[in-house]
Design a protein around this ligand. Structure first.
Ligand SMILES: [Zn+2]
Length: 500
């Protein structure tokens, strides 16, 4: 209550400030009524500026005349436009001052700048002197993205890259498992990318840098670029049916998003920028054949140039004519349909813990860093299996032939009623493929069983190899049981099997 009543207010009535008085009920930032008050105030600004439309002494900016465009505002960011002569600038500022006098909302001169385009040097100087404004240089940031008529440079994209690196380099991100990192990449990083890629066609180099940072983060937990990739980025971007994890391919998504902007233009959406492009560049021309205007801003050229992407699709024209445009649909069309993997049911819509699923996926793809594979890449390590010391470590040995693993497998199978006897890795994958989308309790239980056991054996192997900590097989079985008990409740059919 103190913050509501401790503030004092004074009211600006016709330019005169009343005496300050104590608040009984305060209004603070975030109050539900503030957006309404804001809209009401801005409506008044609109009216003050609109008077200039009939003022003979005022001249519109040459690119704003057709639409009598005087200002663009979003929240407290305000852009005012006029011709670059003293007289028009004075009129514009006078209109704004009138608004300030009544509303009490003043522009912060320290945070305001004036931008010139094609104005002679001496005119610029006299305007700057008369109005005490600071000359700004393009590009400047508006709503978080750089505004420029030229090609987006790598340096301008640096804040975007930096934002992603900061997220990756924070200590908590380093503690994540593969599955956690994958989730972070999908949820947080792509949302940062998508905001920018809706507005601009990102330079190739920026896309590659972001992708390399995400890739390195997934495989090493750090943003510093590493070439140690267990599976290609392309495969990770595949949909789950094709054995991928559906990470967004930024380059294709960016193209699809720019195509949406082109669609907005073709559909003549009621947006000021769309009307502006029609008025100044399109002028009733056919979008497919019109020459791309050389004097247009880089962003506009890229949007109009998006027709080239549509031309590569057999149903590009139909997509453009539809009343609704889905970036996702176009993205899928641009990506194509990669070959399906029969075992994909194993990794999609599963009750298995994500961290186990990711390890199982690596095993199915035969990309686990077992010693036999490391040796193929020229990395020297002790080849002996650290679970039994009797054979050499390979995928087949580690999960099936190893007496230690076979024991864990048998004990856990007996505990949860799985009848199938472990064979070899390829047999297991083939068995999973044969089951396809089967959702019987028995099948779901088997998937949970395999994923849990593979994860825990792999973990035990890593504990022994890197931390010199060995657990007895009974303890691994108990860990598997604990995890299965926690996950079985997620599906009623599996739960029923457990209860019985
Ligand atoms: Zn072994």
């Amino acid at each position: 209550m103190a913050c509501l009543t401790s503030v004092t207010y004074s009211i600006n009535v016709n330019g005169e400030i009343t005496e300050a008085f104590q608040a009984k009920k305060g209004l603070r930032q975030g109050d539900p009524i503030s957006p309404y008050l804001f809209v009401i105030c801005m409506e008044y600004l609109n009216r003050c500026l609109s008077e200039l439309k009939v003022d003979k002494g005022f001249h519109f900016h040459s690119q704003c005349k057709k639409f009598e465009l005087l200002h663009v505002c979003f929240a407290d960011d305000l852009l005012l436009f006029s011709r670059g002569d003293e007289h028009s600038v004075r009129k514009l500022l006078q209109a704004f001052d009138k608004f300030s006098l009544v509303s009490g909302l003043k522009a912060n001169n320290a945070k305001s700048s004036i931008y010139f385009g094609g104005v002679q040097q001496e005119n610029q100087l006299s305007i700057l002197q008369e109005f005490g404004l600071v000359k700004g240089e393009l590009p400047f940031k508006y709503l978080g993205v750089p505004l420029s008529s030229k090609k987006l440079s790598i340096a301008q994209c640096q804040p975007l890259i930096q934002k992603i690196l900061t997220r990756i380099e924070c200590w908590s991100a380093r503690m994540l498992s593969y599955a956690g990192r994958l989730q972070l990449i999908k949820a947080v990083l792509t949302s940062i990318q998508i905001y920018w890629s809706l507005v601009f066609l990102l330079p190739q180099k920026v896309v590659k840098t972001i992708q390399a940072a995400c890739r390195s983060f997934l495989w090493s937990g750090r943003a510093s670029i590493t070439k140690r990739n267990l599976v290609s980025w392309e495969q990770l971007c595949y949909p789950k049916e094709a054995g991928g994890w559906n990470i967004i391919n930024l380059e294709l998504w960016n193209k699809a998003a720019i195509c949406k902007q082109l669609w907005n233009i073709l559909k003549k959406k009621d947006k000021i920028w769309v009307r502006w492009i029609h008025g100044y560049y399109m002028k009733q021309q056919d979008w497919k054949t019109m020459p791309i205007p050389s004097q247009a801003a880089w962003v506009v050229k890229k949007i109009l140039g998006a027709r080239d992407y549509m031309a590569t699709l057999p149903d590009g024209d139909t997509l453009m004519e539809q009343d609704n445009f889905s970036i996702k649909k176009l993205y899928i069309a641009l990506r194509g349909t990669p070959e399906k993997r029969n075992w994909h049911h194993m990794i999609s819509k599963s009750i298995v813990a994500p961290k186990c699923l990711f390890i199982l996926w690596l095993a199915i793809m035969k990309r686990m860093t077992t010693c036999d594979r490391l040796q193929k890449f020229g990395i020297q390590c002790d080849q002996a299996c650290c679970l039994c010391s009797q054979g050499n470590e390979s995928l087949n040995h580690l999960f099936f032939l190893c007496p230690y693993s076979a024991n864990v497998w048998d004990k856990l199978a007996m505990w949860c009623g799985v009848q199938r006897k472990a064979g070899a890795w390829d047999d297991e994958v083939e068995y999973l493929e044969r089951q396809g989308a089967s959702k019987t309790g028995k099948q779901l239980m088997y998937r949970l069983f395999v994923a849990t056991i593979v994860y825990h054996i792999w973990r035990e192997r890593n504990e022994r190899r890197f931390n010199s900590k060995a657990s007895h097989e009974e303890s691994v079985v108990r860990q598997c049981q604990l995890m299965m008990v926690m996950r079985e409740e997620l599906n009623p059919k599996v739960h029923k099997m457990f209860v019985n």
